[in-house]
Design a protein. Structure first.
Ligand SMILES: NC(=O)C1=CN([C@@H]2O[C@H](COP(=O)(O)OP(=O)(O)OC[C@H]3O[C@@H](n4cnc5c(N)ncnc54)[C@H](O)[C@@H]3O)[C@@H](O)[C@H]2O)C=CC1
Ligand SMILES: CCCCCC(=O)CC\C=C/C=C/C=C/[C@@H](O)[C@@H](O)CCCC(=O)O
Length: 268
């Protein structure tokens, strides 16, 4: 049951979620709509996206969401998706750069989707929300991973992209303060979550030369356990609605639940 505070915080707000048609993004889209936000679901997968839109229409009405089929690694397409969102709903308040893949074979693609697109999505979010562009402010949450705090031998490029997302997001949070953008920027780092992404590790096309370690990955999943996408959505709602959160790295694990990485203070 959504809290009155969350509904108050999100009613009239417009959110854009990349990778919103499945997995973690789908859970976040559901929670946003449930709390009376309007949502743009941006996803490469047209069939999943149309299914998601149909479900949202049935539960919340056709005016609560749009589905925009888009490859986030295509900068022009992503730019168009942001503009279509603002054209449809009039403004933008929340951006969740969530889309991500595991592909150690076509590792350049992993970097394009998991890091370059998150950078582009952050900059597009600022163009539509930052006071430096005459806008009213907002909130950006980039999705990294607990892989950003560990180094796993079976997906080194994926690990690199997630380290990059954390570093970029925290640096942009500092820039937002310095430049008085009025935009809070945070990063969310889940452990293993029970979504279709985890099933990609069964395919040699995704793990490439590291496919021989796939049993090791499964041991990690068994050891650490799988989280439900709904718990990640709960953490996302906290980052969206808690105005005190800026530059934070939220971790979500089976052992510690929703918590935050504690960074050493920078030496003066
Ligand atoms: N599942 C897990 O164990 C964890 C996932 N994450 C991260 O969470 C985010 C979401 O992952 P999941 O929901 O698990 O994955 P998922 O594969 O279940 O869903 C990802 C969605 O993104 C879409 N997508 C993929 N490439 C795209 C592209 N180029 N353009 C637009 N949409 C695209 C897919 O169509 C899919 O609907 C990713 O950034 C992932 O790295 C982080 C930690 C753990
Ligand atoms: C190839 C599979 C990758 C799937 C997508 C992911 O990003 C999975 C998440 C990657 C690693 C998860 C590690 C989980 C560790 C936690 O459970 C934690 O308890 C370990 C303590 C480290 C810490 O809290 O800093």
């Amino acid at each position: 049951m959504p809290s009155l505070g969350t509904i108050m915080a999100l009613r009239g707000k417009v959110a854009l979620v990349t990778g919103g048609a499945q997995g973690i993004g789908r859970a976040v889209v559901q929670e946003l709509a449930h709390n009376h936000a309007q949502v743009a679901v941006v996803d490469l997968n047209a069939s999943c996206g149309e299914q998601c839109k149909s479900e949202l229409d049935s539960e919340f009405g056709a005016d609560r969401s749009i589905f925009l089929q888009c490859d986030v690694s295509d900068a022009d397409a992503l730019t168009e998706a942001f503009q279509k969102t603002v054209d449809q709903f009039g403004h933008l308040d929340i951006v969740i750069n969530n889309a991500g893949i595991i592909n150690e074979k076509d590792w350049e693609k992993s970097i394009q989707v998991n890091l370059t697109s998150v950078i582009k999505g952050t900059y597009l979010g600022l163009e539509h929300m930052s006071k430096e562009y005459g806008k009213a402010g907002g909130s950006i949450i980039n999705v990294a991973s607990m892989a950003a705090f560990m180094h796993c031998p079976h997906h080194p490029v994926y690990t690199a992209t997630k380290h990059g997302v954390v570093g970029f997001s925290r640096a942009m949070a500092d820039a937002s303060l310095l430049g008085d953008y009025g935009v809070r920027i945070n990063v969310l780092c889940p452990a293993f979550v029970d979504t279709p992404l985890l099933r990609t590790v069964e395919h040699e096309d995704c793990l490439g030369k590291f496919f021989k370690y796939k049993d090791d990955i499964k041991k990690s999943m068994d050891h650490y356990g799988l989280l439900k996408p709904s718990l990640i959505a709960e953490g996302m709602m906290r980052l969206i609605t808690d105005d005190s959160q800026h530059g934070a790295a939220m971790k979500i694990t089976r052992s510690e639940g929703i918590h935050f990485h504690e960074y050493e203070p920078l030496s003066p």
